[in-house]
Design a protein around this ligand. Sequence first.
Ligand code: NAP
Length: 569
Amino acid sequence: MNQPTQLAANDTPQYEVIIIGAGVGGIYQLYRLAQLGVNVTVLEGAADLGGTWYHNRYPGCRFDSESYTYGFSFSKELLNEWHWKERFSGQPENLRYLNYVTDKFDLRKYMQFNCVVSAAKFDDANDLWRLRLQNGRELTCRFLVTAVGLLSAPTPPRIPGMETFEGPSFHTYYWPQEPVELEGKRVAVVGTGATGVQVIAALSDMVGDLTVFQRRPNWCAPLNNGPISDAEMADIRARYDQIFAKCLTSPGGFEHEPDRRGFYEVSREERLALWDKLYAEPGFGIWLSNFREIFFDETANAEFSEYIANRIRQRVKDPIVAEKLIPKDHGFGVQRVPLETHYYETYNKPHVHLVDIAETPIERITPTGIRTSERDYDFDIIVYATGFDAITGSYDRIDFEGVSGEKLRDKWRDGPITYVGMQIHGFPNLITIAGPQSGSASTNYPRGIEVGVDWATGLLQYAWDHGYTRMEATPEAEQHWSDQVAQMYATVLMRKAKGWFTGYNSNVEGHEAGRIRYFVYNGGSPKFRQTLIDMASEGYKGIEFRRAGSNEQKRRPHSDETLSTQTAG
Ligand code: NAP
């Protein structure tokens, strides 16, 4: 293997690789590169590592992937050492886990904290990236890897008067690190997505009075969490190979796999039997182990949605409140399904109130609370569970400038365009390991991220082995991939949803409902992985490579024949 530090270049960069972000993706990418002895650093904007699990400290925050399918799979020793205590582990434990992994593999020494990258400009003459941090510091690297997360650009709402509120108010992503005094307090939560559903149920046992401001309800299903005993953990350890093998072959990177029987081939009784079983089981089975027609067929989806609606009616005592909690504008599973713990029962508690702001919209935040079109509410604390500028938001917050001065945020203004979600024409030497349109974005995140990181590491190794200092997706390969990703939306009901999978966010200019953004790869994780394997074995077709100081281009033309064998199935 060529040592990456031996590359011939016109200008020697400080680092061979810079990774932006010390979350799940950044930690694994760092591990792989540190193992290879690469001159690498991680720049993390926060004061410590953990990404999502560092920031989101709100009560109730936890996995809704099974803990043992969320952990890293790369080290047998680590798998044998770590004991997951809950089937769906909570944020404090998840952060401890990421710290444990980092320390075990001695990765902290490569990490630099409080380093917010504000700009990254490609130096075309020297094949390197020049980064500027918020504090003015400048760094250079040959290859830049973004591990910036999918949901790390939080978006508070745009409501007049927010700055006038006299008590504490914060977005869930910025839940304070120091304890928040909640006992006896009057608390408002705005937003009922996956975060809202978790924080509302948890807060209801901690506060004096809780008012939920809901604009559109989501279809939620029980998480059915529970502890993992020593004996169960020993069994999981013995089955880890099997568990990860199953995750590799399932479309979502989970143990849950779709029911292969046709929705219409079985009787209504058989459908109900499956749904009763899935509703009582832990995790995403209710979504991912269901009949596949739920995702594609309006009639099948409507029948199942009505089943879930009846479950909500059974669980919420007040029929008027129950109806408000049942989505009427979309069917089950076309938006990301929040998994909940006693969420619906929360509304049976006398001190919990639901305000339907589709009926009585919020007009402004006042110094003492929230004013709707109907009345004023007084609060001690306001919590905004209003979501994220998903997937491209964290890219837009960095001023990426590629060849010829092209800005990434301009290129992606109407939606991302990428090659396999990890390469961008016009932005050489940039690897977006869980970028838009990659397989990682729509799967059990760490399973997807391991696929992305392994591919990225192979690509870098290939460049080093051949002495290449520059790599860039061809425009043809990029267009072809993005067209395929868009085509995959044509068959799924999700294309109609107002959710982050289609780029909707009412608080981000240009992302209000209307224009669909093809953010996620809907072909399933096995197909994505196979595409990457084939591409690597064929010399990374669709990517052009070049050596510094040489005009010789090793052109690997994009082959329509091979790529067009992929379909949306
Ligand atoms: P989200 O799903 O985008 O939900 C945001 C919520 O805020 C929606 O109910 C939205 O209503 C509401 N909202 C936004 N702006 C508003 C405004 N101006 N006024 C009133 N309501 C407003 O965001 P999220 O709940 O943070 O979840 C995002 C993603 O994070 C999830 O889909 C999931 O992938 C991930 N997540 C994962 C976990 C986990 O793994 N356990 C937990 C939490 C989150 P509208 O729908 O009407 O816009």
